[in-house]
Ligand binder design. Structure first.
Ligand code: SAH
Ligand code: SF4
Length: 401
């Protein structure tokens, strides 16, 4: 049975309308500042009769200092602060739940203004702290190994909701100001819920804000965009954003990849690998990451490893081997540790760094592919009997309680 949902290229659902424009007299609803480009922020302040340098000051308070209260913004004259507060606001996604794993990984369930829920994960390591953010509520794709893929797409996230995940995480980790040394969050990966390249405009707007050197100040080398392989948008992201690229590969033949990831039928391997070869800045210093989930008896044989290295031959790359993270009702098992080690050896012998990713936060369902907001009814899909999905949802509700 085919999935009844539209194919991968179907346009995602529209975002909700943005807040109304403020009126100079301060009678309209305050407008959200987070997510506005510098230009849009300057225009919003100009509408209040304020000169451009005020936008730069506000930008600093919001993105460097993490301030949310205009009363605390001391570079604005006292009389100015109420004018700002009447017309603008600096918000955050609502925090519905915070969980901390035994290994220190943190997961936040965030409630958006319209009640939808998304998840954001922080993974502390010795040398860095990585924040894994979501780009959509749910996902249009139905990769068979991914828990998010069991959830129907509800909508794209807007720039404020994407950037807001970083800001809320900074709040929770006491990680302001952005420009101080020793920040907890050093890296951001778009590897949470959703396919970022199906929400390109909002993701691009958010990345530009993350990259701003007078604000959140992340560098291109510390932001990674992960995609299931939306080929035309890979080229555009490379030309316009230049952040690190991660490709969810997971199989080295079209036959297997199309079974695991339906998007492969639209953009098969030859096109995907071609886009990787053309990705700007791909060099030994800026390698493309290929993600490869290790599924027992499915894609984990030595022959699979050899096909993989032949496929990516000549691309400056590293291969992240991700032990499959289970979820309720999942139709796969994780490959055996020795099998993964043997696979890694073959990839390494071909000259590619091939780290086996230690699963982080599995106990709180925070590991790769385990994110899903409990609020949303799972879709029915071909490889899930309906009963299975119902049981999965029941198990999840029980676990959450
Ligand atoms: N939609 C984007 C980004 C989110 S997924 C993408 O697909 O690239 C982040 C990574 O986790 C992807 O490589 C995804 O394939 C992988 N993944 C999904 N489910 C997984 C699971 N159950 N175990 C391990 N990795 C998984
Ligand atoms: Fe969507 Fe990525 Fe999960 Fe596939 S792996 S269903 S693209 S979130």
């Amino acid at each position: 049975m085919m999935d009844a949902r539209p194919g991968p290229a179907a346009p995602p659902a529209p975002e909700p309308a943005s807040a109304p424009e403020p009126s100079p007299g301060g009678t309209g609803a305050p407008r959200e500042v987070v997510g506005l480009s510098r230009e849009a922020l300057a225009a919003a302040l100009a509408a209040l009769g304020l000169p451009r340098f005020r936008a730069r000051q506000l930008w600093h308070w919001v993105y460097c200092r993490g301030a949310t209260d205009f009363a605390a913004m001391t570079t604005f004259a006292k009389e100015l602060r109420p004018l700002l507060a009447r017309n603008l606001k600096v918000g955050r996604p609502g925090l519905a739940r915070e969980q901390v794993s035994a290994d220190g990984t943190r997961k936040w369930l965030l409630r958006l203004a319209d009640g939808n829920l998304i998840e954001t994960v922080f993974i502390p390591e010795e040398e860095r702290g990585t924040l894994c953010i979501s780009s959509q509520v749910g996902c249009t794709l139905t990769c068979r190994f991914c828990f998010t893929g069991t959830q129907r797409l509800v909508r794209n996230l807007g720039p404020a909701e994407i950037v807001g995940q970083v800001m809320l995480a900074r709040d929770r980790l006491s990680d302001w100001p952005s420009n101080a040394p020793g920040r907890a969050i050093t890296n951001v990966v778009l590897m949470g819920m959703g396919e970022p390249l199906f929400n390109y405009d909002n993701v691009a707007a958010a990345i530009r804000i993350l990259l701003d050197g007078e604000g959140l100040g992340l560098s291109r080398r510390r932001i990674t965009l992960s995609t299931s392989g939306v080929v035309p948008m890979i080229e555009r992201a490379g030309a316009e954003l230049g952040v690190n690229l991660a490709i969810s590969l997971h199989a080295a033949t079209d036959e297997l990849r199309s079974r695991l990831m339906p998007i492969n039928k639209k953009y098969p391997l030859a096109e995907l690998i071609g886009a990787c070869r053309r990705y700007p800045g791909a060099s030994n210093a800026r390698r493309i990451t290929f993600e490869y989930v290790m599924l027992k008896g499915v894609n984990d044989s030595p022959a699979d490893a050899k096909r993989l290295v032949r496929l990516i031959a000549g691309i400056p790359a590293k291969v992240n081997l991700i032990p499959f993270n289970p979820w309720p009702g999942a139709p796969f098992e994780c490959a055996e540790a020795e099998t993964i080690a043997g696979f890694a050896d073959i990839v390494a012998a071909a000259g590619y760094t091939s780290p086996v990713r230690t699963p982080r936060g599995r106990d709180i369902m925070a590991a790769c592919g385990q994110l899903r907001s409990d609020s949303i009814r799972p879709r029915k899909r071909a490889h899930h009997g309906e009963g299975e999905v119902e049981r999965a949802a029941a198990a999840e509700t029980a676990a959450a309680g």
